[in-house]
Design a protein around this ligand. Structure first.
Ligand code: SF4
Ligand code: SF4
Length: 92
């Protein structure tokens, strides 16, 4: 597991703790199982357990009932500089 606190790893999503109601939906919906939220505990925030494996699909952002999540694309994706091998290397 790569900790999101590692500055060399891009954090693919930001979660606003003021808006998050700890509902677990983001953990449930993420197709890559990247977000982890402790079940039955309204005190704990969801965490990004595998930041380097995010697909940037946006499902967590669109599903969150309180708009607490923002997807943050890496600079190289915004500039269209990510090569196909790098992208597909995560899923094949
Ligand atoms: S879906 Fe939104 S409100 Fe629910 S736990 Fe995730 S970030 Fe929090
Ligand atoms: S953007 Fe998609 S893959 Fe990335 S954390 Fe959200 S739901 Fe998971």
């Amino acid at each position: 597991m790569l900790p999101v606190s590692d500055p060399s790893v891009h954090n693919p999503i930001q979660i606003d703790p003021e808006l998050c109601i700890r509902c677990n939906l983001c953990d449930w919906i993420c197709p890559g199982d990247i977000i982890y939220k402790e079940e039955n505990n309204k005190q704990t925030m969801p965490v990004v357990a595998y930041p380097d494996e995010c697909w940037y699909c946006g499902l967590c952002e669109s599903t969150c009932p309180t708009d607490a999540i923002t997807v943050v694309f890496p600079e190289r994706m915004l500039r269209n500089q990510t090569d196909v091998v790098t992208l597909l290397g995560k899923v094949v």
